[in-house]
Write a new protein. Structure first.
Length: 77
């Protein structure tokens, strides 16, 4: 999946305006990133990539770019 498509899915999860995310946002600075968003993110990753990310790795992420890195080569530029 392309990074821009992944970010579009994240925008839906956190209810951000379309085409506003770059991936460099710090998770703690985003109002829409709450426990429901985390659950939605986990479900989105499972549905789109067939991957279950460890909760510890998600909670250790500081930015959305960190979440992208967790998915490795599944996200392309």
């Amino acid at each position: 999946m392309k990074k821009k498509d992944f970010l579009a899915l994240l925008e839906e999860i956190i209810e951000a305006d379309k085409d506003t995310m770059t991936g460099n946002e710090f998770i703690n600075d985003v109002d829409g990133w709450d426990s429901l968003a985390v659950v939605s993110f986990i479900a989105m990753v499972d549905e789109n990539f067939g991957v279950t990310l460890p909760a510890k790795k998600i909670s250790d992420a500081n930015s959305f770019q960190d979440l992208i890195v967790l998915l490795g080569d599944k996200i392309t530029e």
